[in-house]
Ligand binder design. Structure first.
Ligand SMILES: [Fe+2]
Ligand SMILES: [Fe+2]
Length: 136
């Protein structure tokens, strides 16, 4: 397992915590299928599901930030966009080379450390702000 869901930092909005938990579950499945040397088709399905989940995760936060005029929206969105750019590059590379090691290295060295930091900073401040307006 890459990360136990209990280790995900908690923010002030339960709906955001749920999204983070589901994402880590998908990430664990993808990570394990690579670790166990599963078929490329299985890894392909799990990788695509993960990328779709990240897109939904980010857009759900962005919709709330826009709706309630969150003061640091451009900064928060900037971090999301940077990751979406990295994932688009990884997807292109995957389509060409189908090398599971690259996905594994990206998850371990880039995505997971980034996500933990992002939840503790951007998401924490955002959730605190939104918790004054959004009923969970
Ligand atoms: Fe988030
Ligand atoms: Fe975020």
């Amino acid at each position: 397992m890459l990360l136990d869901v209990s280790q995900i930092p908690k923010v002030a909005l339960e709906r955001m915590n749920k999204v983070h938990e589901e994402e880590i579950k998908l990430l664990n499945q993808l990570f394990e299928s690579i670790d166990k040397g599963k078929e490329i088709e299985e890894i392909d399905d799990l990788f695509k599901a993960f990328v779709e989940d990240v897109k939904k995760h980010f857009s759900s936060e962005q919709e709330m930030m826009e709706q309630f005029n969150f003061f640091a929206y451009p900064m928060h969105r900037g971090e999301h966009d940077m990751i979406l750019g990295q994932l688009a590059n990884l997807e292109k590379n995957w389509e060409k080379n189908k090398n599971p090691k690259l996905i594994k290295a990206y998850i371990e060295n880039e995505f997971l450390p980034w996500l933990m930091n992002h939840i503790q900073t951007m998401d924490t401040v955002t959730a605190h702000f939104l918790s004054h307006f959004v009923r969970d």
